[in-house]
Each structure stands twice: as structure tokens, then as C-alpha cells.
Design a binder for this molecule. Structure first.
Ligand SMILES: Cc1cc2nc3c(=O)[nH]c(=O)nc-3n(C[C@H](O)[C@H](O)[C@H](O)COP(=O)(O)OP(=O)(O)OC[C@H]3O[C@@H](n4cnc5c(N)ncnc54)[C@H](O)[C@@H]3O)c2cc1C
Length: 396
């Protein structure tokens, strides 16, 4: 059996894994990162929306071929069809070409000195007493073993590393997504991202139209609570009821799971760290996880390399990563999750009422979990009694 040895072994070459690989390799430690697919970034399970900060956090600029479309407006559509436009003078939103974007992040890690092994699937972790010291994998039907001082699990929401390490098995809350990439469109304004709220579109989540040009768009739904049918059925109804999509061609069908129960409690052990979706690090209200994945990868890569140089890869030493991640993202993820749970109590009429009294700033605060208390206090002042009761549940 072939055996490989490195300082850091990373499982998964998504945004989180590639950023961990690049950051650790830049600091002079030996890095191997493995990916089960042939090419990092393919296939794509994503609506491909990302802000300027997220692109730059990955060390890239918002230019083709990494991006497909600039976005100027986020349009929120209430169940009664009334919409609220959030337009920014400066372009800060983009629809990526995620295949190219993810591949570029992996290429940059390789350029920094990390060794990438594709078509290599992690199957289990290797223990030495209570410490994880490596990973069992398969490549071309052969079993191989990787040994490392630190293993970083960057293998997405169904992380084999997390589960085999005995950490959280299932996320308690998640969006089930279905998406078609539609072509042959004639969109009036491709710089608008549309978000549809309401039971008919996506119970507990939202429906989206993220243009990649005026001809192509990612059209999807993410559902959570109280759904009456499968996500794909909501998607078919969503598309079927929009005349813009009548003659569209389906270019690609995809979907997937976005964990939205928040970052898991424990994602570090002796010799082990989890990053990105593997640790549930998404913004619950939006299901967005590229930016947080990139940031968590950078933090984990840096702290793993520092710990290795100091000769201490214990959980206590690696916990610095959790402290840093919590400082930057912990509150936003928690607050966004609480807003999502508050909105679970709203029926479509309540959402319509809310859409009439919220400001753009309120929506940004609620979606991203930033300054939510201030936003809520303002909303309460403008709310009818029924909404105040629903919002109080959040303020308590
Ligand atoms: C339908 C949908 C739409 C979304 N839209 C958006 C959006 O518009 N904007 C946004 O910010 N987020 C979006 N997300 C969420 C976003 O895609 C994730 O949060 C992000 O990809 C997380 O990055 P990651 O590196 O942690 O995991 P991933 O991108 O999932 O990468 C994990 C990698 O690990 C590999 N892997 C898995 N298991 C193994 C194994 N056993 N061995 C080896 N390799 C393995 C996978 O092949 C993959 O390459 C969406 C998600 C879905 C499902």
C-alpha cells in the first residue's frame, strides 16, 4: 500500500480546502490536498453569488474569467409580488463562474507549493490512540494512506472526516436546494439578483434568479420547513409560472444541501480541524458559504502551520482557530440563524406586511446577521401589533 507523509493533509479542494492549502504552503510547511473529483470546481453545486470582499479574500479580482456577471441590485420579492430593490452605486456583487473560480483557488495553492492529488477519495481517518494522525483514501481502486501532523477536513457538508472523527453526524437544520441553469433567455436587466419569499416559492427559504448574462441564469429554490413537496417540484412550479422562462433551455440541473443550523460546537480535536461547510460555517438566512469557507480555510491553514512549527498540534493549541473564526463570523452566523427562526413564525401575510415597513439597511442586517438588534428595534417602531409579537420572540 502506498503511504504519503506531509505536515498538513487537507481533504477537499473546494474554496475552504484550497485556501487552507495555499495559506499553509506559503508558510513553508509540507502540504498535500486531496480531491475526489478529477478537476477542482467541477461539478458545480452553487448559485454562484459572491460579493467583492469574498472574491478578494480568495486573492482574486472580480474580472472574467472568474466572474460571469456584475450585479448592482438585490431585488426582494414578497409573497404578494411587491418588490424592494436594493441598488448599490458601486458594484459589489457578482455571479461567478465557479468552475473557473474554484480551479483558480486550487491552482494558486499548487503554485504556493501544495501538492494536489485528484481522483483521490478519503474514506476514513487513522487514529493513534485518541489522536487523528492521517486519512485512509482510495485512488483508482487502490487503497492509500496519508499521514500528517494536522488533518484539515474541507470536504463539504457531508464531510467523511467530521463523521469518522466522531463529531456532529447530521446538521439539525438545512436548506434542500434544486437549481436549473437556464439558457436562451432575454433578461431585461442581468445586473439584478432576484430573491422570492413565500410558501408558494420556497417554504422557510427562498427562490432565486442569479443571471450569468442576459441569456443565462441560475434559477433555483432552497426549502426548509413545512414543505408539501420535493424541492424539484417547487422549482418546476417557480419556473413554469414565470413567462420569462417559457422558452428557456435547461443547460444544467443541480442542487444540494446548505446546512443552516450554524457552525457546529466542536470542530477541532488533537491534530484535526474542520473548515467551511464541513463545520457548518454558512450564513443561515442566505445559505451563503463561499466567503466564510475561504476565510475559515485561511485561518486554519495559518494556525496549523504555526502550531506545527511550535511542535504542538494539540486541540488546545489549534483552538486559536475557533477563537479567531468566532471573533470574525460567530456573531453574524448566530444572529442570522436567529432571524431565520423568527421568520419561520411569519406567514405570507406577515411577510407582506414586513416587506412594507423594512428598509434596505434592515434587510442587509437581517440577512447577514450584522447589527440585527438595532434593525429590529427600528422595525418594531413601525410594526403593527401582530408583527411586534412575532419580533419580540427574537428580541427576548
Ligand atoms: C444549490 C446551492 C447553491 C449555493 N449557492 C451559493 C451562493 O450563491 N453563494 C454562496 O456563497 N454559497 C452558495 N452555496 C453554498 C456554497 O456552495 C458552499 O458553502 C461552499 O462551496 C463551501 O465551500 P467548502 O470548500 O467548504 O465546500 P465544497 O465547496 O463543498 O468543497 C468540498 C470539496 O471536497 C470534495 N470532497 C468531498 N468529499 C470528499 C472525500 N471524501 N474525499 C476527497 N474529496 C472530497 C468535494 O468534491 C469538493 O470539491 C450554495 C450551495 C448549494 C447547494
Amino acid at each position: 500500500m502506498q503511504k504519503y507523509y506531509s505536515d498538513v493533509l487537507i481533504v477537499g479542494a473546494g474554496p475552504a480546502g484550497s485556501m487552507a492549502a495555499k495559506t499553509a504552503a506559503e508558510r513553508g510547511v509540507d502540504v498535500i490536498f486531496i480531491e475526489e473529483h478529477e478537476v477542482p470546481g467541477t461539478p458545480v453545486y452553487c448559485a454562484e453569488g459572491l460579493g467583492l470582499d469574498g472574491i478578494r479574500a480568495g486573492g482574486l479580482e472580480p474580472v472574467p474569467p472568474f466572474i460571469a456577471q456584475e450585479i448592482k441590485t438585490a431585488q426582494i420579492i414578497a409573497p404578494n409580488g411587491i418588490s424592494l430593490d436594493m441598488t448599490s452605486e458601486n458594484i459589489t456583487g457578482y455571479t461567478l463562474d465557479r468552475q473557473v473560480f474554484d480551479k483558480a483557488l486550487a491552482d494558486n495553492a499548487v503554485e504556493a507549493g501544495a501538492k494536489l492529488m485528484t481522483k483521490t477519495r478519503a474514506m476514513d481517518v487513522i487514529w493513534d490512540k485518541k489522536q487523528i494522525i492521517g486519512v485512509k483514501a482510495q485512488k483508482n481502486g487502490e487503497e492509500i494512506e496519508f499521514y500528517a501532523q494536522v488533518v484539515i477536513g474541507a470536504d463539504g457538508h457531508w464531510s467523511v472526516i467530521r463523521r469518522r472523527a466522531g463529531l456532529t453526524r447530521y446538521f439539525s437544520d438545512y436548506l434542500i436546494c434544486a437549481q436549473y441553469q437556464l439558457g436562451g433567455l432575454d433578461l431585461e436587466d442581468p445586473t439584478i439578483n432576484e430573491f422570492y419569499l413565500g410558501m408558494q416559492y420556497a417554504p422557510g427559504g427562498y427562490g432565486w434568479v442569479f443571471p450569468k448574462s442576459n441569456k443565462v441564469a441560475n434559477v433555483g429554490v432552497g426549502i426548509r420547513i413545512k414543505h408539501q413537496k420535493a424541492a424539484i417540484e417547487y422549482l418546476k412550479d417557480f419556473i413554469g409560472n414565470d413567462p420569462r422562462f417559457r422558452n428557456a433551455k435547461i443547460l444544467n440541473k443541480t442542487g444540494g444541501i446548505c446546512p443552516v443550523s450554524g457552525t457546529i460546537e466542536k470542530y477541532i480535536m488533537d491534530g484535526l480541524m474542520l473548515v467551511g461547510d464541513a463545520a457548518g460555517m454558512l450564513i443561515p438566512m442566505t445559505g451563503a458559504g463561499i466567503h466564510t469557507g475561504i476565510e475559515s480555510g485561511k485561518m486554519a491553514g495559518r494556525i496549523a502551520s504555526e502550531a506545527i512549527k511550535e511542535g504542538d498540534v494539540s486541540e488546545a493549541r489549534l483552538l486559536k482557530y475557533k477563537v479567531e473564526f468566532d471573533q470574525k463570523w460567530g456573531k453574524h452566523i448566530k444572529e442570522s440563524g436567529r432571524v431565520m427562526e423568527m421568520l419561520d413564525r411569519f406567514n405570507d401575510d406577515d411577510l407582506n406586511t414586513l416587506s412594507e415597513i423594512v428598509t434596505k439597511e434592515d434587510i442587509l442586517a437581517m440577512a447577514n446577521g450584522v447589527n440585527v438588534k438595532v434593525a429590529m428595534a427600528g422595525i418594531v417602531k413601525r410594526s403593527p401589533r401582530k408583527l411586534i409579537q412575532l419580533i419580540r420572540a427574537y428580541l427576548r
